[in-house]
Design a protein around this ligand. Structure first.
Ligand code: MN
Length: 497
């Protein structure tokens, strides 16, 4: 779906000429070894490319400018094997627009007790060389991730993996296009937002197309294309009897397929990475896109309903970040609650559009009436999701800033069958508990729409927010309401009014 290995992270080592040629040769050799090890490691999804050691302000400036201009470079990993006086870095860091990870590592894992001498000390001095580099980034107020640990240690490598995936999601947003069919759902506040500011801050654009443009593309779908997709539906899902070839509602399944084919063609033709629609504006569409939105999400497109372009873009970014990982990411909505004191939890779902990447088992393909919108019954995939750790993420527009809000949750298996529920569903318990988790979410202004992730942790989302330079608020195991309220107030000061 989304190929991350084509994206590059540049491994840049800083040094200086003080130590002589021989030491610089060793530095280069060690840096190459580390870059190759990261590149070959199964945990790292992107290409790690070794770049020549930088030893002067000119070389540093030049590699930063090159990184900016390179369309496949998604970020820089910087390491100071020796001491690289950090005033040399100011010019380069001032212009660098790509994310930076400061890898505070050392070539040698252990101190060679019996042989250690001053030559060894002068070569393996990142313990203080990296502090000099850290200072200048702090002095310049630059966001970055600092990863500490030996380069062969899986804990360090996994932190780098997380950052490279966040960088891939961030890179994907730059110049991305999202299409909005129709406007925001009437009167809804949280799904609104400043699209101009979003483009300045996030790099993606959101533009509208009349639903008639989409209807026209859908009308161009051939019967042969529909035959083929209907066959794929039959192979992939448990079709409801009425949708089968001679079933009473087979024509509706064909119509759903026609919508999916037309929508995908429209997205491909416009090079869009995601879309949003609204049930209030479907002129000429026979059904609200149900299975179409679900399957297009599964293919990697961002989606959110009711004109919610912020969540559509977030779903796309999270799908890029999680590319190739087990588990899925889906548009989601906090729908209804189970308030039994012994077992409080949230039932998450939507009218139709939950991504089957989170499905536990083979989805059922069903058709049911939709209470709103006044259209024909839409075809949809119905399924449950696996239990286990997950999170909900939401981007909200606070007027003076964007806030990325994350709530860590634990998904649980349903207590009972829900035979009359005609939509995909997930049950989860928010951390730190139902009351505090939901209160914190509401105090932070989190939307009812989210991206639900089974495979990304809050560390991915923290890295992503830092790359975007936006506020990040985590509701997790340690959250308390007084602390969260203070955090929100302090952030208000930091971001200004
Ligand atoms: Mn909704």
């Amino acid at each position: 779906m989304i190929e991350l290995k084509k994206k590059q992270v540049w491994f840049v080592t800083g040094s200086q000429h003080l130590y002589g040629k021989e030491t610089l040769e060793k530095v280069a050799e060690h840096a190459k070894t580390i870059a190759a090890a990261l590149n070959d490691h199964k945990l790292i999804p992107v290409t790690v490319k070794h770049r020549p050691t930088v030893t002067t302000p000119e070389e540093i400036y030049s590699v930063c400018m090159e990184a900016n201009a390179d369309k496949d470079c998604i970020g820089i990993i910087a390491w100071m094997h020796t001491f690289s006086p950090a005033k040399m870095w100011i010019g380069g860091l001032k212009v660098l627009h790509k994310p930076l990870l400061h890898f505070h590592t050392q070539f040698n894992r252990d101190i060679p007790w019996a042989t250690i001498d001053m030559d060894f000390m002068n070569l393996n001095q990142s313990a203080h060389g990296d502090r000099e580099f850290g200072f200048i980034m702090s002095r310049m107020r630059l966001n970055r991730k600092v990863v500490v640990g030996h380069w062969q240690d899986n804990e360090s490598i996994d932190k780098i993996n997380v950052w490279t995936r966040a960088a891939a999601g961030w890179h994907d947003w730059q110049s991305a296009k999202f299409v909005r069919f129709g406007d925001n759902m009437r009167y809804v506040a949280v799904t609104e937002g400043d699209k101009v500011e979003a483009e300045i801050k996030f790099g993606y654009s959101v533009n509208t197309h009349g639903i008639g443009d989409l209807v026209k593309t859908i009308a161009e779908t051939s019967d042969k294309q529909i035959d083929k997709l209907v066959e794929e539906y039959a192979d992939s899902y448990e079709l409801a009897p009425s949708l089968l070839k001679n079933g009473a509602q087979h024509a509706s399944l064909r119509e759903a397929a026609r919508i999916e084919i037309g929508l995908e063609a429209f997205l491909q033709a416009g090079n869009f990475k995601g879309f949003t629609d609204t049930f209030e504006d479907l002129h000429g569409l026979l059904q609200l896109p149900g299975i179409a939105a679900q399957r297009l999400m599964h293919k990697g497109y961002g989606f959110a309903a009711e004109g919610d372009w912020k969540t559509a873009a977030l779903v796309r970014a999270m799908k890029v970040m999680a590319s190739g990982m087990a588990g899925g990411n889906s548009f989601m909505e906090d729908y209804t609650y189970h308030f039994n004191p012994d077992n409080r939890m949230v039932l998450g779902s939507h009218m139709l559009e939950i991504c089957p990447s989170i499905a536990d088992g083979k989805p059922a393909c069903e058709i049911h009436p939709l209470g709103i919108g006044g259209k024909a019954d839409p075809v949809r995939l119905v399924f449950g999701a696996a239990s286990g750790p997950a999170l909900n993420a939401s981007v909200v527009d606070m007027g003076n800033r964007f806030r990325l809000l994350v709530n860590e949750v634990i998904a649980v298996a349903p207590l009972h069958a829900m035979p009359n529920l005609p939509v995909a569903r997930v049950l989860w318990k928010p951390y730190p508990n139902m009351h505090t988790g939901c209160a914190a979410w509401i105090l932070a202004g989190g939307a009812h729409h989210t991206c639900y992730s089974q495979n990304l942790t809050s560390e991915y989302m923290t890295d992503f927010a830092e790359m975007a330079g936006i506020e990040f608020v985590l509701i997790g195991k340690e959250t308390t309401i007084p602390q969260l309220k203070n955090e929100l107030r302090w952030n208000e000061m930091y971001y200004g009014n």
